[in-house]
Ligand binder design. Structure first.
Ligand code: AMP
Length: 168
């Protein structure tokens, strides 16, 4: 299956210099959506799948259903009710805060983290930091898309599985 054919590239959106990867054509095609979820599930079974706000939720929840695991959410600051733990991380010109329920992971739980796109890796690195604080055992990280030229994987010290690669 030519997965890239179902990803629409939107130059200079939402801001100049960003080549946005629109995954909605892939989601709208039942065969492609099923194919990528099945592919993402071809990995060791975790106890909990962690999905990242917001498009990571789409894949993480389908995978949790298929793999029969729990699902935990990483959300932007202020979206989850207490108690949460937080992690700040730096963007190019600003910073961001992500949060997770403090009890969403138990010490030693096997964790698989899922997001749609790996770009600079800042979001995923902050997610790993949160899970490490909760003493989860990260067994892998899965992405639909990896932007290889941004070298995000160099920030991440865990096995990474990406289905689609862009070299520029
Ligand atoms: P980063 O922290 O730089 O790795 O950015 C990853 C997050 O930003 C993911 O949650 C993506 O949904 C989103 N993202 C970053 N770059 C893109 C892009 N070119 N197209 C679509 N989403 C992106």
């Amino acid at each position: 299956m030519d997965l890239k054919q179902k990803i629409k590239e939107i130059p200079d959106w939402p801001e100049k210099g960003v080549n946005f990867k629109d995954i909605t054509p892939l989601l709208q095609d039942k065969e492609y959506f099923k194919f990528v979820v099945d592919k993402l599930c071809e990995t060791e079974k975790p106890d909990i799948i962690v999905g990242i706000d917001a498009r990571g939720f789409i894949f993480a929840s389908a995978m949790a259903y298929k793999m029969n695991t729990g699902l935990a959410l990483i959300r932007k600051k202020g979206k989850l009710p207490p108690k949460v733990i937080s992690q700040k991380y730096d963007l190019e010109y600003a910073s961001n805060i992500i949060e997770m329920k403090y009890d969403s992971i138990k010490k030693g739980d096997k964790i698989l983290i899922v997001d749609d796109v790996l770009a600079t890796g800042g979001t995923m690195k902050a997610t790993c930091d949160l899970i490490e604080k909760l003493q989860g055992n990260i067994i892998g990280i899965s992405f639909l898309i990896e932007l290889d030229f941004l070298k995000g994987r160099e920030k991440l010290n865990y096995p990474i599985n990406s289905l689609i690669h862009y070299e520029s």
